[in-house]
Write a protein that binds this ligand. Structure first.
Ligand code: CU
Length: 490
C-alpha cells in the first residue's frame, strides 16, 4: 500500500513536469560534461548523468517507520453531508447519542463573584463527546421551557450545511446526525439565535469538544534521547496514554457579571480560563498540608479557589507518573491565541487532525477554534506549569499545574499515616485527577487511578457526579487531614 502510494506520488510529480524536467536534466548533464572535459573534474557519475529519483533505491523502511509514527499521508477526507438520522441509524455503524440541553445559570468567577453563564447541561465546558472515526453522531439539542433565549449547536466534527444546526426555541427539541469522518479534536458551540448573539453564548460558556479517535488507533510515541554526545537513542512509548483535556477561553464581563460585547470587540478580556476557570488547577489546602505541613501555608503564588467551601470549584492538580505517555486533547475556544508551553518540559509530539505537525518543540500556537493533541512524557519528578505563554493570559488564569511522580517525597508519610497502603507512582492514587480535565475513555486510554469532582458545574451536576461514584474531595480532605495530623497511639 505504501509502495503504491509512493509510486503514485512519484508518477504524479514526474508526469506533470516530465518534459520540463527531462530538458533540464539534459542541460545540467551537458554543462557537467563540458566542465569535466575542460577542467578535469570531481563530478560523480550520478551528478553528470542527472540521475532522477529511483523508487527501487529509496529506503522504504524509513518511510514505513514515518508512516507508523503517524507521519504525513496525502489522503483527503471525503466530504460527507449525510444528515438523515433514520438512514444513518440503520447504516450498521456505531451510533452515539449526544444529548445537550441549553440552559442559562449563575456560576462563580475568581474573586468570589458570579457571572451570568450560558451552558450546555449546566457545566462549562459542555460534556466531552468521544467517538471513533466512522461512527455516527446523533446530536439532540433541547431548550427547556422558560429558558431566556433560544440556542443552536454547531459541531465542527460534522461536515454539513450550517442550515442543519439552526437555533431551537425554548420548549423545543431539534436533532441532526452525521458521520464523524475525520479523526481529531473538534470544537462544538452554540450558534446563537440564527447566528445573532453567538459570541455572547460561546464566550459565556456554551462550548465543548468532540474527540474522534482514529479508526486505526493512536500511534506509539517516539521520544528522541541521547546515550552520549552525538549519539541518538530513541525511546518508544506504547500508544496507550493517560489522557487530559484542556480548553482555553476568555471571559468578557461587566462589573455585575454580564457579557461585555464592547470588551470583546476591543479584545480586552476579564480573565483567561482553562476548562472554564481561572487558575482552576493550582494547589489547595490539602496540598499545602501535605507539602508544607500547614493548610494555610500556600505553595503557589495564587490559590484563588482554596477552601472546602468551594466544593466542586476548589482547585485541584493534575497528577501523572514519570516516564508515562500523557496525551492532552486541546482546543482554543476563545478569541485570543494560545501559545501552549509546559514550563520544564518539551512537547514531544503535536498532532492536529490525525497528522503530526511537530515533535520535540517548545511551544505550539493555537489560533481561535483550533485544536491539537499534545503527547508528552514527564521525565523527572516535579511540578510543571502548562501555560499560555502570552503573559497577559498566564497572569490572568492560564496556568495549569501538573505534578509528576513523587517530587515531595510524600510516599513514606502517606503510607505511615495509612492514607495509602503502599508507595504510589503518582499522587493521583491518593487524591485523583479532576473530573473536568479527564475525557471519556477512548481506544488507547490508561485508566486514571481515581477521579475527583472538579469543574465549573452547577450543584445539580456535581451532585449527580457524586451519585455516580466520583469522589467529592471536599468530604475526603478533612478525613485525610485528620489522619495526617493524628498523634500515633501509644
Ligand atoms: Cu446559545
Amino acid at each position: 500500500m505504501l509502495k503504491i502510494w509512493i509510486q503514485y506520488l512519484y508518477r504524479l510529480r514526474l508526469v506533470t513536469s516530465m518534459n520540463k524536467k527531462i530538458s533540464m536534466l539534459f542541460t545540467i548533464a551537458a554543462v557537467a560534461v563540458m566542465g569535466a572535459t575542460l577542467f578535469g573534474s570531481t563530478y560523480t557519475q550520478t551528478q553528470i548523468s542527472g540521475q532522477a529519483l529511483d523508487i527501487n533505491k529509496m529506503d522504504v523502511d524509513v518511510l514505513s517507520q514515518i508512516h507508523e509514527m503517524g507521519g504525513l499521508q496525502l489522503v483527503m477526507p471525503q466530504a460527507f453531508a449525510e444528515t438523515d438520522c433514520g438512514v444513518l441509524a440503520d447504516s450498521g455503524r456505531n451510533v452515539h447519542e449526544f444529548n445537550l440541553t441549553g440552559m442559562s445559570v449563575t456560576l462563580p468567577i475568581m474573586g468570589g463573584k458570579t457571572y451570568n453563564a450560558m451552558t450546555f447541561n449546566g457545566q462549562v465546558p459542555g460534556p466531552t463527546l468521544r467517538v471513533t472515526q466512522g461512527d455516527v453522531v446523533q446530536m439532540t439539542l433541547t431548550i427547556p421551557e422558560g429558558e431566556v433565549t433560544g440556542h443552536g449547536n454547531d459541531m465542527h466534527a460534522s461536515q454539513m450545511s450550517a442550515t442543519y444546526f439552526d437555533s431551537v426555541n425554548p420548549g423545543e427539541t431539534s436533532q441532526y446526525c452525521y458521520i464523524a469522518e475525520s479523526a481529531g479534536v473538534f470544537k462544538y458551540h452554540c450558534s446563537g439565535v440564527h447566528l445573532a448573539g453567538m459570541d455572547q453564548h460561546v464566550l459565556s460558556g456554551m462550548y465543548g469538544i468532540a474527540i474522534v479517535d482514529p479508526a486505526d488507533g493512536y500511534k506509539k510515541l517516539m521520544v528522541e534521547k541521547t546515550s552520549g554526545s552525538g549519539v541518538i537513542d530513541r525511546v518508544f512509548y506504547d500508544a496507550d496514554a493517560l489522557e487530559f483535556t484542556l480548553q482555553y477561553n476568555q471571559l468578557y464581563l461587566t462589573e455585575d457579571g454580564n457579557y461585555d460585547a464592547v470588551a470583546m470587540h476591543g479584545h480586552q478580556n476579564t480573565g483567561t480560563v482553562v476548562n472554564g476557570m481561572q487558575f482552576g488547577y493550582v494547589p489547595n489546602m490539602a496540598h499545602n498540608l501535605l507539602v508544607n505541613g500547614d493548610v494555610n501555608k500556600n505553595i503557589f503564588v495564587a490559590q484563588p479557589w482554596n477552601g472546602l467551601e468551594h466544593k466542586q470549584y476548589q482547585s485541584q492538580l493534575l497528577f501523572v507518573e514519570t516516564n508515562q505517555h500523557v496525551r492532552i486533547f486541546m482546543e482554543n475556544q476563545g478569541n485570543e491565541p494560545v501559545f501552549f508551553h509546559i514550563v520544564g518540559e518539551i512537547l514531544d509530539r503535536v498532532t492536529q487532525g490525525n497528522r503530526v505537525q511537530a515533535a520535540a518543540t517548545e511551544t505550539w500556537l493555537l489560533g481561535g477554534s483550533q485544536n491539537m493533541i499534545v503527547d508528552v512524557v514527564f521525565d523527572e519528578p516535579g511540578v510543571y506549569a502548562a501555560v499560555n505563554h502570552d503573559y497577559a493570559a498566564l497572569y490572568s488564569g492560564a496556568a495549569t499545574i501538573f505534578v509528576a511522580g513523587d517530587p515531595f517525597g510524600l510516599n513514606p508519610v502517606l503510607v505511615e499515616k495509612g492514607v495509602i497502603p503502599a508507595p504510589v507512582a503518582s499522587y493521583a492514587y491518593a487524591l485523583g485527577n479532576p473530573s473536568d480535565a479527564v475525557p471519556p475513555v477512548g481506544l488507547h486510554s490508561i485508566a486514571h487511578p481515581a477521579v475527583n469532582i472538579h469543574g465549573l458545574y452547577t450543584d445539580e451536576v456535581a451532585s449527580e457526579m457524586k451519585d455516580n461514584g466520583v469522589i467529592a474531595l471536599w468530604e475526603v480532605i478533612p478525613v485525610v487531614a485528620e489522619m495526617l495530623t493524628a498523634v500515633p497511639a501509644e
